[in-house]
Design a protein around this ligand. Structure first.
Ligand code: BTN
Length: 256
């Protein structure tokens, strides 16, 4: 059970999280968010959240595992038009907001491009941004956030045990999910404001949280596994990566 009033009490926002759609079970909060959007039932900053997401979507067509009543699966709806250059930065903005949230809870989070959230080199969270674009701008974006919170090692399926972790495994005590959602929504709203006024500041903050600056990374792009030296993020939110001596850029978001 997620107590939405507990989320609302802890929010320090103007718009984000003022409306929360809570479901006990859902296939995917991102899918539900799009359904609500298509039915005209949403407003900017609305949060869709569930206690048990049983068919969560990850990046690159992967699935996202959630242990019932232990993790966070939520989607935040952005419904104000964003110019293309800013839209490409939103996954990084969400990453910074989540990193700030975990820092606020006394963790030492690292971000792995494009938007894995790591504690002690293990993945505790991920972000999946989906968008609808018009000619000149991105009109609607669904920012999906998955975070492992109170899972124990036994809660993870065999294939994730070595690479995944949760906040409670790392800190050795449980965490209140509602508080984490409220802190995240508050930082996310602040970071969206920051990126509009001072994108470079946001990019620099992302790079300070990045755990692999000037290191070789392996990543998936267009279904291919690539590897190269990660040099940072440019002002469009594209990763700058040197592959076989050639500098190449890769978007942090796929706009469709
Ligand atoms: C990834 O690291 O691959 C991204 C995972 C994103 C998972 C979240 S959970 C809430 C939202 N709804 C989904 O179906 N996926 C995202």
């Amino acid at each position: 059970m997620i107590f939405t009033n507990l989320i609302k009490t802890n929010l320090r926002t103007k718009e984000f999280g003022k409306e929360i759609e809570y479901y006990q079970r859902l296939d995917s909060t991102n899918n539900e968010a799009w359904e609500l959007i298509n039915n005209g039932e949403t407003q900017h900053g609305m949060i869709v959240i569930t206690d048990y997401q049983f068919k969560g979507k990850g990046r690159s067509g992967n699935s996202w595992f959630m242990s019932p009543s232990k993790g966070i699966a939520m989607s935040l709806i952005l419904q104000k038009p964003l110019p293309f250059n800013l839209a490409g930065l939103i996954p990084l903005v969400a990453g910074v907001a989540m990193a700030r949230t975990l820092k606020n809870r006394n963790f030492n989070p690292k971000l792995k491009w494009p938007n894995d959230i790591l504690l002690n080199q293990k993945k505790v969270g991920g972000i999946l941004c989906e968008s609808k674009i018009s000619k000149k701008s991105v009109n609607t974006m669904v920012v999906g956030i998955g975070l492992n919170v109170n899972e124990t090692r036994n809660d993870f399926p065999e294939n994730l045990i070595k690479t995944a972790s949760s906040l409670s495994i790392e800190s050795k005590h449980p965490h209140q999910r509602e508080l984490i959602v409220a802190i995240f929504a508050t930082y996310f709203e602040q970071c969206i404001e920051l990126v509009q006024h001072s994108p470079q500041e946001l990019i620099t903050e992302w790079e300070t949280f990045c755990g692999h600056l000037n290191q070789t990374i392996t990543f998936k792009f267009d279904g291919n596994s690539l590897s190269g030296l990660f040099k940072g993020v440019n002002n469009l939110g594209q990763a700058v990566i040197i592959i076989d001596g050639n500098e190449q850029v890769f978007p942090s978001i796929i706009l469709d």
